[in-house]
Design a binder for this molecule. Structure first.
Ligand SMILES: Cc1cc2nc3c(=O)[nH]c(=O)nc-3n(C[C@H](O)[C@H](O)[C@H](O)COP(=O)(O)OP(=O)(O)OC[C@H]3O[C@@H](n4cnc5c(N)ncnc54)[C@H](O)[C@@H]3O)c2cc1C
Length: 419
């Protein structure tokens, strides 16, 4: 039997991820009576596993740089919210509540302790100080959106509120609680849900290069991975680390490219990606270098002369792939073989047939359409008093602290905007 709770809250927030916790805390600091509802046994279940358990909380950039680093034009929606609360504010906020931070390469911000739980403990403590009521183990099943107030129906109880914030996340890693219920609530409220797609997800290949498992486990630092079009021209490139897995490619370069590969695969059976393991050298400079080594030490073996160009396991694979006998003297390596070798080391083409699905992706692309949300407040343009924040929206960033920033900044903006 569902019980009605006779309190009219100023704000109810559904979902205690980073966006929901931050909206709840910010609204409570404005003097609002706030209820935060979470279906898991505790808050921040996904946040706990982010950044490999370290949580990359933000990317230390100013607003313009941050927005220009996002993969889609939708990022412009964030100008107002980042104006309210940007990566620098995130940094100083967490330091001020007792979580010392450090900035790692690529402007990634982590806690000095390398423990994501520190953020969660600190946020819980702050919410407690500011009297946010937190109800865990409570799943919101339905909503009734009336003109003067909103009704939130859970299995156990019914709650009434003047303002309702939907902070239920996307559909990635559903075991953490983000299972797409917020999208359904949005649709029922006449909001448009844009196409959902996996982003920041590994690439799957049936190519013999992968199927042979020759390269499984091999990892590279700072290589360039590019998506090619039908004319073998580069459509999109990312320079980052990469790892060969048993099913394809993973690591930041593959994850960053994945949304473009996904969209390519919507129209084509296969996507060609090219791997350049020497991105700072031109083809010509490597060809010249090999030829001059050939002239200087003609009697040395190919494998010895070229050994410094990449990892031996990768070079051995390339020789086999190109049927070059690495044991022969470099003097016997023809100009054509040198060209083929350099072509491969600067652009080994791997056929990609799929990407891991949304449930395995780090982030969900698509969501509640931004056209129907006021970017200054996060309030629905269709239903006053209804707000959407975080990954439930049609907003996403690359890995690197961008998604947590989107969650915190939109959460803050809703929190200060609620009247
Ligand atoms: C493995 C992994 C690592 C990541 N690492 C990083 C990183 O280091 N840095 C970064 O910036 N981003 C990272 N991300 C992305 C980031 O975690 C998300 O973008 C972010 O958590 C989104 O926050 P959110 O508050 O919108 O939603 P979520 O964190 O998904 O929280 C939504 C909450 O709503 C609750 N909920 C849903 N439906 C209901 C309902 N009906 N009733 C009650 N509660 C409900 C869920 O249980 C959940 O707790 C990572 C993602 C993954 C999967």
């Amino acid at each position: 039997m569902t019980k009605e709770v006779n309190t009219m809250y100023d704000v109810i927030v559904i979902g205690a991820g980073p966006s929901g916790m931050f909206a709840a805390l910010t609204a409570a600091k404005q003097g609002k009576n706030v209820l935060l509802i979470e279906k898991n046994e505790d808050v921040g279940k996904k946040m706990r596993i982010t950044g490999g358990g370290r949580c990359n909380i933000t990317n230390f950039k100013d607003t313009n740089e941050f927005i220009s680093s996002l993969p889609t034009r939708n990022g412009r929606f964030l100008y107002s919210s980042l104006n309210n609360f940007n990566p620098y504010d995130i940094y100083y906020f967490f330091e001020s509540i007792g979580v010392p931070l450090k900035i790692e390469p690529d402007d990634k911000v982590f806690p000095v302790s390398d423990q994501s739980m520190d953020f969660i403990h600190a946020l819980k403590k702050e919410m407690n100080t500011h009297h946010v009521t937190i109800k865990c183990n409570t799943e919101v099943l339905n909503l009734k959106l009336m003109e003067d107030h909103k009704r939130v129906i859970t299995k156990q109880e019914i709650y009434d509120t003047k303002n309702l914030v939907i902070a239920t996340g996307g559909k990635s890693y559903p075991h953490t609680g983000s299972s797409g219920q917020g999208h359904e609530f949005g649709i029922k409220a006449n909001h448009t849900l844009t196409e959902l797609f996996p982003t920041e997800t590994p690439l799957i290949s049936n190519d013999p290069i992968i199927a042979s498992k020759r390269l499984q486990g091999l990892s590279f630092k700072e290589v360039q991975l590019s998506l090619l079009n039908q004319d073998n021209q580069i459509v999109k490139s990312h320079l980052h680390d990469l790892i060969f897995t048993h099913f394809g490619l993973s690591g930041p370069a593959a994850l960053k490219l994945s949304q473009f590969v996904y969209h390519h695969l919507q129209e084509h059976r296969v996507a060609h990606v090219a791997l350049d393991v020497l991105p700072n050298e031109t083809n010509l400079s490597i060809i010249d270098e090999i030829k001059s080594r050939r002239q200087e030490s003609p009697n040395k073996k190919i494998k010895n002369v070229l050994s410094n160009l990449s990892q031996s396991r990768y070079l051995e694979f390339l020789y086999e792939h190109l049927t070059i006998n690495q044991e022969q003297k470099i003097a016997n390596m023809s100009n054509n073989q040198i060209d083929d070798f350099v072509q491969a080391i600067k652009g080994l083409v791997i056929n990609i047939h799929d990407v891991r699905p949304i449930k395995n992706a780090f982030v969900t692309g698509g969501g509640i359409s931004l056209d129907e949300i006021n970017p200054k407040t996060m309030e629905s343009k269709l239903i006053p008093g209804l707000y959407f924040i975080g990954e439930v929206l049609d907003l996403h960033g690359y890995t690197g602290g961008y998604n947590m920033t989107i969650a915190l900044s939109t959460g803050y903006t809703a929190g200060i905007s609620i009247q």
